[in-house]
Design a protein around this ligand. Sequence first.
Ligand SMILES: [Zn+2]
Length: 228
Amino acid sequence: MKTIMAVGAHTGDAQLTCGLMLSRCAARGDRIVTLDLTAGERGCPPHLTQAEFRQMNVESAAQFAKMLGGKSIVLDTPDGELNYSKELAVQIGDIMREYQVDTVLYHWKNSMHRDHVEASRLTTDAIFYASLKSFERPLPPAPIRHWYYAENWEDSEGFVPYAYFDVSDSFETWREAVKKLYLTEHSRDFKYLQYYEGLARMRGALIKTEYATAFNIDEYAKRIRPEV
Ligand SMILES: [Zn+2]
């Protein structure tokens, strides 16, 4: 059994952009963990307070994870105020150690949203601190072997999908789980479900299947040794 962790800047990011992959991994018996670095409470609708909306997002993230048999963690960093610090990167790395994470899915380095840029940098360093054997922490290092950058409509600058995964069999599970999120059903700003369903359909067509999810990887990892 492997442990797959998806890290998002706000509740909704990991579930919408990595959820199809999480659903696929859960179906084959892997453990899945979502880690939201903020609860996204500043997207609060007018009839709720930020504290109420925060609580609603924390609960919906928990429901999403539960529907995939996994675990949700939401940090208490205020939305819009996510800032890089070594302390926070080490804290995230310690959570990766606690769950003995094998694979991390997270934000691409460029984004129109400042929190996403900070989340990407924090997660990159967290992976380093979590895996480094000589970095002494109370818990043993996490066996992280793979990390992938998620396709997020806000993080599109310079993003080129590279690794495609067939998620046809787990699409409906994800679709039901992601409807637990407020954003999916109520956002007037952006049609999240329409976008991510359509994206999965389009990525699926490119690999000749029904639905697919695609991720980018580091440039240095894009090396092949063709046998000619
Ligand atoms: Zn976000």
